[in-house]
Write a protein that binds this ligand. Structure first.
Ligand code: ARG
Length: 467
């Protein structure tokens, strides 16, 4: 752990005896980030190569030293990737682990790499590059999830199911339309991802500790070498800012919330009582005691991971909220939250994509449920407005009486006789039965964005052109 610093031991009479190897063991433990920031090795090396190349181009270091540095860094990259690199906690973090190894490999030239930079702008760069790449992965993953929904929506553009409000049967809709609601949600998530990429597309390197540097560096050169649109404009903000991480976490939290709602629907739909879907064996588990069971564990875990992702957002907001400008070591706590949320999000999107693609839609069960619960009552009211000229409020009242009568007779609205209906309102004719079926109901909702199959197909086409 520590190097048995006797000076520290004697200098602290208060608690020195409690720590066999001296209090610096605890200091090392609380201070070190290598356990998690080693994930940034590739970004750190890329950043250092760009920085060294720029330093040489500007005549700040020699071309010879630059070549040694770049060669050494590439060696380190392959050492890490082949599992040969020994990370040391004594060297605190990924930046110092790599720099120390570079010194061993190439000697004094290694010491020139850190000219005109600080770990403050270095970590801001590494982490930003990582988050940017993660956002690009998220964009792809969401595109896959959207594609899965588009396919199911197309397949089920005409499949009728009950639409719910308050989880009470409201009006018939199509399963395709319901799928397309998720396409809208994940589509918004994806556009938030794209905006965030644009937003954070500025290079921090060269801000140095906080004030910039007196060396004649070219921040535009490093920015473009690293694929950024340009350099950040304020060196103090640059080393203080973790908005890119907070934006990632906010986007992740909203997307996870969407997935959690979907997970909840999958859990409900797959119960024997609803029976709207059957999960594939690949995305469900059995019970060790009840042989009949098929549990939606993947959906439940996605629902639960939302708590974790939301927790990460709150954790980082809380870390940042009291920090004076510029850098404080508190900010080292940014990475684990983002790494954990990213892993959870990736897994959740992948599991959801699999479930959506694999689940069996039980159209017969959906249709039976769509017709129950007087789901076409609004259609009857609309018919009375259209065909009998009633004001909507009166039509609503008349329909309410028809529902009460059907309830009394324990039948559906469509099963009431014409005489029954006419006893409630004399202007009702046999034509009313055309709108009382669930198919007629959904086909009639042709307003833009409505549930009519042709309308849903238009929305599918709109999204296909953009996916
Ligand atoms: N490991 C540190 C972090 O993740 C790197 C920056 C250290 N900067 C400093 N001034 N001590 O934030």
């Amino acid at each position: 752990m520590a190097d048995g610093n006797s000076e520290t031991k004697t200098s602290n009479q208060m608690w020195g005896g409690r720590f066999a190897s001296g209090p610096d063991a605890i200091m090392e433990e609380i201070n070190a980030s290598i356990g998690f920031d080693k994930k940034l090795y590739a970004q750190d090396i890329r950043g250092s190569i760009a920085h060294a190349t720029m330093l040489a181009h500007q005549g700040i270091i020699s071309a010879e030293d630059k070549d040694k540095i770049v060669h050494g860094l590439n060696t380190i990259l392959s050492e890490i990737e082949s599992g040969q690199f020994e990370f040391s906690r004594r060297l605190e973090d990924i930046h110092m682990n790599i720099e120390a190894r570079l010194a061993t490999l190439i000697g004094p030239a290694a010491g020139r790499l850190h000219t005109a930079r600080s770990r403050n702008d270095q970590v801001a760069l590494d982490f930003r590059l990582w988050v940017k790449e993660e956002l690009q992965r998220t964009e792809k993953a969401l595109t896959g999830l959207i594609a899965a929904f588009l396919d199911r929506a197309e397949e089920h553009a005409e499949t009728v199911m009950p639409g719910f409000t308050h989880l009470q049967t409201a009006q018939p809709v199509t399963f395709g339309h319901h799928c397309m609601a998720y396409v809208e949600m994940f589509g918004r998530d994806r556009s938030r991802v794209r905006h965030a990429i644009e937003h954070m597309d500025e290079s921090p390197i060269g801000a140095a500790a906080l004030a910039g540097t007196g060396f004649p560096i070219d921040r535009h050169m490093t920015a473009s070498a690293l694929g950024f649109a340009g350099p950040t404009r304020n060196s103090i903000d640059t080393v203080s800012d973790r908005d890119f991480a907070l934006e990632f976490l906010s986007i992740a939290a909203i997307a996870a919330t969407h997935m959690s709602r979907l997970a909840e629907e999958i859990v409900i739909w797959s119960t024997p009582q609803f029976g709207f879907i059957r999960l594939s064996d690949a995305f469900s588990t059995g019970s060790s005691i009840m042989p009949q069971k098929k549990n939606p564990d993947a959906a439940e875990l996605v629902r639960a991971k939302t708590g974790r992702i939301n927790g990460s957002l709150i954790a980082l907001l809380t870390v940042m909220k009291g920090l004076p400008l510029a850098y404080s070591k508190d900010m080292q706590e940014d990475k684990e939250q983002v790494f954990d949320a990213a892993e959870s999000l990736e897994l959740a999107v992948a599991a959801m994509t699999g479930m959506v693609r694999d689940m069996t839609i039980r159209a017969d069960r959906m249709k039976a449920a769509a017709g129950s619960g007087y789901s076409t009552a609004t259609d009857l009211a609309d018919w009375l407005v259209r065909e009998a000229g009633l004001p909507f409020r009166d039509a609503h009242h008349v329909t309410g009486r028809a529902v009460a009568l059907a309830e009394q007779k324990a039948c559906d609205l469509a099963d009431l006789s014409l005489e029954d209906l006419q006893s409630i309102h004399p202007s009702i004719t046999a034509k009313v039965f055309d709108v009382l079926t669930v198919e007629a109901s959904v086909a009639s909702r042709t307003s833009f964005g409505g549930t009519a199959p042709n309308e849903v197909r238009k929305q599918i086409a709109w999204w296909r052109a953009r996916n």
